[in-house]
Design a protein around this ligand. Structure first.
Ligand code: G6Q
Length: 548
């Protein structure tokens, strides 16, 4: 691992600190007043999006200094390393090649001296075959009935992406199919998913990179029992189960024919696996052609990210602004607020994407960071959020930068609803930036005592991202933009964005306590007093134990 100067010790960082002191108290009202062109200057139009970042607490000098920081961190070289299949996931010694999954250029992508594209294209062709058969009612269950219920069993990276994309692209979906998702180990999830279904018409997709994840395997076994109990035959598994995994052995052991297994590779990280075989449920829902449009969108943004100078590069600018607020303004959280109901899981998806990638505190050469890394990501669709948490965004003591995402044309043609929706989005961004001064409030004739309560400081930063319509391509563009934003921030913070040791810990701890919960009531445990008492309480109240 290469040694890099501590981020906070670089001259570029120090210049930003100096600059911050100068600009900290500048109000966006003045920035806009001083530069009538600002709305157009601080904006990038590319990949079917307009990315308006003018309502940020930056001036040209800020952006120049941030861009210099990116250069200092060798961003260009690091991007090339990812695209060239170098093993940039240092702690797992793996390449990071989700960009190859949606490479539509026809050109090879090399990893360890071999082109990965033939394997990828083969899997896409097999996904098409499965998806077409299901959509044409040609995939038959064990008793000969066509399947029409598709249940994806997976968790984390093997769930959140497909859920988000199926919801976001529901407008394009085949309504004769019923696509559901089960992730939680709480049996309520699977029980509710199958409660009104006929096993004869139900196909399970077991999505697990490792095929060892406790939640997924437990749910998959429950599903298998539901199917085999119904048919009275293990053979039914062949018609009712598909596996998406890198672990062929365990798929076979589970009883799934490897004919019904779609593979992916260790260079696809879980939370970056949506465009691998993990996206099968999405393809089934929206069809092959739409899925390819989705990949095209990703690819367009991948190219934009790789080839565009940084000062016009959407993911790079998103990332640098995030660093500016996170590290200089001390903002702890970041909100993603789509004004599009179909995108209601988008923030949840990037909550994992961002927080699992950049929620780290050790640099790539093994030292503890002395600066803040990834923010807390959260959000809900507008306008719902406006009636819930926007109060704090407008008048609370915390500054929460936010992305507002909206579209010009409604998918259902309801222009009246849509004009109101987007008027709200644009108005919110305006109010966040400019607020309302006490003079303005007084002019409105407000009672003197109420003036402070009705005053809005403003100066709250937002990016506004707009496009003409939510299409599969545009969703691909947007997702890839956020993925690359996360990558850039990981490089600047000098952390490994593609491992997740914090997740692994939970997997081990639960295994030990599970054994203890299932042990006899009087068996000793060797935990702290709180943990031991919780285990004892569970055992003593557990109905099965009582009946022993
Ligand atoms: C994602 C993480 C994690 C992972 C799940 C499921 O990047 O690694 O969310 O996707 O733990 O893992 P499996 O796909 O192996 O079941």
């Amino acid at each position: 691992m290469t040694k890099r100067e501590y981020l906070t010790e670089t001259a570029e960082w120090k210049l930003l600190e100096e600059h911050f002191k100068k600009i900290e108290s500048t109000h966006m009202r003045d920035l806009f007043r001083n530069d009538p062109e600002r709305g157009r200057k601080f904006r990038v139009d590319n990949c079917g999006l307009i990315f308006d970042y003018s309502k940020n607490r930056v001036i040209e000098e800020t952006m120049d200094l941030l861009l210099k920081l990116a250069e200092k961190c060798s961003l260009k070289e690091e991007i090339e390393k990812m695209f060239n299949g170098e093993r940039i996931n240092g702690t797992e010694n793996r390449a990071v090649l989700h960009v190859a999954l949606r490479n539509r250029s026809g050109k090879p992508v090399m990893c360890d001296g071999a082109d990965v594209m033939p394997g990828i294209l083969n899997v896409i062709a097999r996904m098409k075959n499965i998806s077409d058969r299901i959509r044409k009612s040609e995939w038959k269950g064990f008793s000969g009935k066509s399947v029409k219920n598709i249940i994806n069993i997976g968790i984390g990276g093997s769930d959140l992406g497909p859920v988000m994309a199926c919801e976001a692209l529901k407008y394009y979906s085949n309504r004769d199919l019923n696509v559901r998702f089960v992730s939680n180990i709480d049996s309520t999830h699977i029980r509710e998913a199958i409660i009104d279904l006929n096993p004869e018409e139900t196909l399970f997709i077991v999505a697990s990179k490792t095929f060892t994840t406790m939640e997924t395997m437990t749910n998959a076994l429950t599903a298998k029992k539901w199917v085999t109990d119904f048919f009275g035959s293990e053979k039914a598994v062949a018609n009712h189960f598909i596996a998406l995994s890198t672990n062929k052995n365990d798929v076979e052991k589970f009883g799934i024919d490897t004919e019904n297994m779609l593979e992916f590779w260790d260079w696809v990280g879980g939370r970056y696996s949506l465009t691998s075989a993990i996206g099968l449920s999405v393809m089934i829902s929206i069809g092959y052609d739409n899925f390819i449009r989705f990949l095209d969108g990703f690819h367009e943004m991948d190219n934009h990210f790789r080839d565009t100078p940084f000062d016009k590069n959407i993911p790079v600018i998103m990332a640098l602004l995030g660093v500016w607020y996170n590290n200089f303004f001390g903002c702890e959280t970041y909100a993603i607020l789509p004004y599009e109901q179909y995108m209601h899981r988008f923030a949840a998806y990037f909550q994992q994407g961002d927080m699992e990638s950049n929620g780290k505190s050790i640099t790539r050469d093994g030292r503890r960071v002395n600066y803040s890394t990834g923010p807390v990501i959260w959000g809900e669709p507008g306008t719902n959020g406006q009636h819930a948490f926007y109060q704090l965004l407008h008048q609370g003591t915390k500054i929460i930068p936010a992305d507002l995402i909206g579209f010009v044309n409604p998918l259902h043609g309801d222009r009246d609803h849509h004009n109101k929706l987007i008027a709200n989005m644009i108005a919110q961004a305006e109010a966040f930036a400019f607020g309302k001064t006490s003079e303005e409030v007084v002019k409105e004739g407000v009672d003197e005592k109420l003036v402070p309560y009705k005053t809005f400081e403003g100066n709250r930063p937002t990016n506004v991202i707009m496009s003409e319509r939510l299409t599969p391509e545009i969703l691909g563009n947007l997702i890839a933009a956020y993925e690359h934003k996360i990558f850039v921030q990981g490089i600047i913070w000098d952390i490994f964005s593609f491992d997740q040791w914090g997740v692994e810990l939970g997997k081990v701890l639960a295994g030990k306590i599970l054994k203890e919960l299932e042990a006899g009531e009087n068996e000793e445990t060797d935990h702290d007093s709180s943990t031991s008492e919780l285990i004892k309480y569970y055992r003593s109240r557990c109905v099965e134990q009582k009946n022993k």
